[in-house]
Design a protein. Structure first.
Length: 95
């Protein structure tokens, strides 16, 4: 168990270092999780739907108001871009 915990701690430190290098270490946790969800979902397709983002395991427990606030902040900061119209909107990574 101790060895596994040490490996997990090393991975967490690596993630923090990478977030710092990428410039997102000061981002609120919900925004970071949402950004990761967009990145994961758009690996194999150009954009992700709002419903797919809301149902993703990284974002499913984020309250609706926090989710939409985080989405807005990520778009304002240029990390993601909205595609399409309101009811059929999608999102993609821009940075």
């Amino acid at each position: 168990m101790a060895n596994g915990l040490m490996r997990l701690a090393d991975l967490r430190q690596l993630l923090l270092d990478m977030e710092r290098d990428f410039g997102i270490s000061d981002m609120p946790e919900q925004e970071t999780r949402l950004l990761y969800a967009v990145a994961i979902q758009t690996r194999e397709k150009s954009e992700v739907s709002l419903a797919e983002l809301q149902e993703h395991p990284l974002t499913a427990d984020i309250s609706r108001s926090t989710f939409f606030r985080a989405l807005k902040h990520l778009a304002q900061r240029g990390y993601i871009e909205k595609t399409g119209v309101e009811k059929r909107a999608g999102y993609k990574i821009t940075k």
